[in-house]
Design a protein. Structure first.
Length: 210
């Protein structure tokens, strides 16, 4: 099958994208609103950008239920801060609970039975049950569009890392056999990340700058 993207509805394009771009890591983003209300929601259009400075990006889409911006985006626009919490198998059910669209005054931490812990450098709380929390300051928001099926890129600089000792390896590494990360697939499917294999990167074929 072949498809010209211009001939597809955004829902058809979305199905093809989420079935093709897999597995996707999950940014479980915690924020705080203008009234001090906690918010927590997962986003699977998410990745790292670079390490100098350490930067990541995630993409909140416009809500399909009412055509409005998500609370996460509104909160980040107000505070300029957020935390990305890493999802493992142990938190998968709780993460799924927080994926539900709810009114802005609903505390997803309480709804999912999670522990909000204070962050070091940002106002947003972090998920105590997550083994890795990345405190972020907003770098910029790139708006693709403000209609259903559209959204924004939220680019944030990581200003503080929380890594539980149980998944940490000396010299600033994470043990993938202990974290039990989960990834997002298409539809309602997720994947585990325990089936690992190694590949040694080939030697560079260009000379380093003197």
């Amino acid at each position: 099958m072949e498809f010209n993207a211009a001939d597809l509805s955004f829902r058809q394009a979305y199905k093809l994208m989420i079935g093709s771009i897999v597995p996707r890591p999950i940014a479980w983003v915690s924020t705080i609103g203008a009234t001090g209300q906690y918010n927590l929601a997962p986003y699977s259009f998410f990745t790292g950008v670079c390490s100098n400075p350490p930067t990541l990006v995630f993409c909140p889409n416009i809500r399909s239920v009412d055509g409005q911006a998500k609370d996460t985006l509104n909160n980040i626009r107000y505070t300029g801060e957020f935390v990305v919490n890493i999802v493992t198998e142990d938190q998968a059910e709780a993460m799924n609970t927080t994926s539900t669209e709810t009114p802005a005054d609903v505390d997803e931490f309480a709804r999912a039975g999670l522990s909000p812990l204070p962050s070091k450098l940002v106002s947003a709380p972090r998920v105590g049950e997550s083994p890795i929390n990345l405190e972020c300051k907003l770098s910029q928001i790139v708006t693709i569009g403000e209609e259903i099926g559209q959204g924004s890129l939220v680019i944030g600089e990581i200003v503080y890392f929380h890594v539980d000792d149980s998944v940490y390896i000396p010299d600033h590494k994470i043990d993938p056999t202990r974290t039990k990360h989960v990834g997002r697939m298409g539809g309602t499917s997720y994947t585990r990340t325990q089936d690992l294999f190694d590949l040694i990167r080939p030697t560079p074929q260009i000379n380093r700058e003197p």
